[in-house]
Ligand binder design. Structure first.
Ligand SMILES: Cc1ncc(COP(=O)(O)O)c(C=O)c1O
Length: 397
């Protein structure tokens, strides 16, 4: 239109790929939540802690010193260096800080870039169902095809190597896993991951391993996938600071990969982000150097909350598999006869408790809801008592 107004018939040129994406099922609940007063939220997947002050202070000091320019595309050398030192110390896996580490805008960017760097249109990526909401969308945006492998409560929501193998076709390019898992809290042990590594190697597949929750494990050890025999050269490790150091808003993460893959990832990063936020890189360095005690404190606290929520949900009659990592419980709500959407919506409007419907994470999440327990014990206890009232009202039989 000549005056710049838009006619009602105007059809904007949205790409087929963007049209193919469904809006995040989590976002819809955030919006509902924001417009309701007095809600206890077990919805949002982020720590209720503020970033430890010494971490914020390091960033503030860097701003005071005028440290506000772009950094190298890869990220500041001190941060890459420290990251490699810690990966070696924690998991005995060695990365070259100059060629194998890229600092990104959250692990979200690392995920997106990794997928875009390796996929050609039509390539298939195998992933668990249910899983983190971004996996499927990133694959679709890269022109790929997500291939979902069902997991279930009976198998502790672990993806089995033989099921993966059963889904491999000549188009399969990679396997995308994320343990500890969102939304289930599942953790896979070294033995099981070795079996996946063996399938990947035998079929010449890359493994993208999203280890954003690596430090949030309870009574079990985290296995870094790239530390398994043969896997450093055949996997991309995604990590970040959001969850362990309570730094979601800083938007800082990383990808670690063989040099050739990292170079491809870095090319896309160069033209899209240029570099991760400078002050966030300084904060992340401080987190790595001196944030260990805070992580231990937070993990101990999450563990207390985890025990309370798992027991509480089971007592209400919502059978709940014991999550060993992240900060989510994933109880079955099948006894109410509702879909997970119905359950979440009714629970929010009738009892003002926000949870996320399991269906937001894939078909196999239907019949479950995700409850994030990174919130105060008092709120968890109040949420449980409201949920008890709710479930008693609707329980079938
Ligand atoms: C499994 C998983 N991966 C990646 C992310 C993104 O984290 P970041 O804040 O580092 O982008 C999340 C956030 O919820 C997540 O749950």
């Amino acid at each position: 239109m000549p005056d710049g107004t838009v006619s009602k018939q105007r059809k904007y040129p949205i790409s087929k790929r963007a049209n193919k994406l469904s809006p995040s099922g989590i976002r819809r609940f955030f919006d509902l939540l924001a417009s309701t007063e007095g809600v206890i939220s077990l919805g949002v997947g982020e720590p209720d802690y503020s970033t430890p002050w010494h971490i914020s202070e390091a960033a503030i000091k860097s701003l005071e010193k005028g440290y506000t320019m772009y950094t190298s595309n890869l990220g500041i050398p001190e941060l890459r260096e420290e990251l490699t030192v810690q990966l070696k110390a924690d998991y005995d896996v060695e990365y070259d800080p100059d060629n194998e580490i890229l600092i990104t805008v959250g692990s979200s960017e690392a995920l997106d870039l990794s997928i875009r760097a390796i996929l050609n249109p039509g390539d298939e990526v195998i992933m668990p169902d249910p899983c983190y909401v971004a996996y499927e969308s990133c694959i679709i945006m890269a022109g790929g095809t997500p291939v979902k492998v069902p997991t279930n409560q009976e198998n502790n929501f672990e993806i089995s190597a033989s099921d993966i193998e059963g889904h491999i076709t000549e188009r399969t390019k990679a396997i995308l896993i994320g343990y500890p898992a969102n939304p289930t809290g599942a953790v896979m042990d070294r033995e099981q991951l070795m079996q996946i590594a063996e399938v990947a190697l035998r079929n010449h597949l890359l493994v993208i391993s999203d280890e954003i929750y690596a430090k949030l494990v309870y009574g079990v050890e985290h296995t870094c996938f790239s530390s398994l025999p043969g896997m450093k050269a055949n996997s991309i490790l995604l990590g970040g600071f959001s969850k362990a150091y309570a730094m979601t808003g800083w938007r800082i993460g990383y990808a670690a990969a063989p040099a050739e893959i990292l170079a491809a990832i870095t090319k896309i990063h160069q033209y899209t982000m240029m570099c991760a936020p400078t002050m966030s890189q300084v904060a992340a360095l401080e987190a790595l150097k001196s944030g260990g005690d805070s992580v231990i404190e937070m993990v101990n606290d999450y563990n207390k909350r985890r025990k309370v929520i798992v027991k509480g949900l089971s007592d209400i009659g919502l059978s709940c598999f014991e999550p060993k990592g992240a900060f989510y419980a994933f109880p079955s709500i099948k006894c109410t006869g509702m879909t997970s959407e119905e359950f979440a919506e009714k629970l929010l409007t009738e009892e003002k408790v926000a949870v996320v419907p399991g269906s937001a994470f894939g078909q196999c999440g239907e019949g479950y809801v995700r409850c994030c327990y990174a919130t105060s014990l008092a709120d968890i206890e109040e949420a449980l008592s409201r949920m008890k009232r709710f479930v008693n009202r609707y329980k079938e039989g």
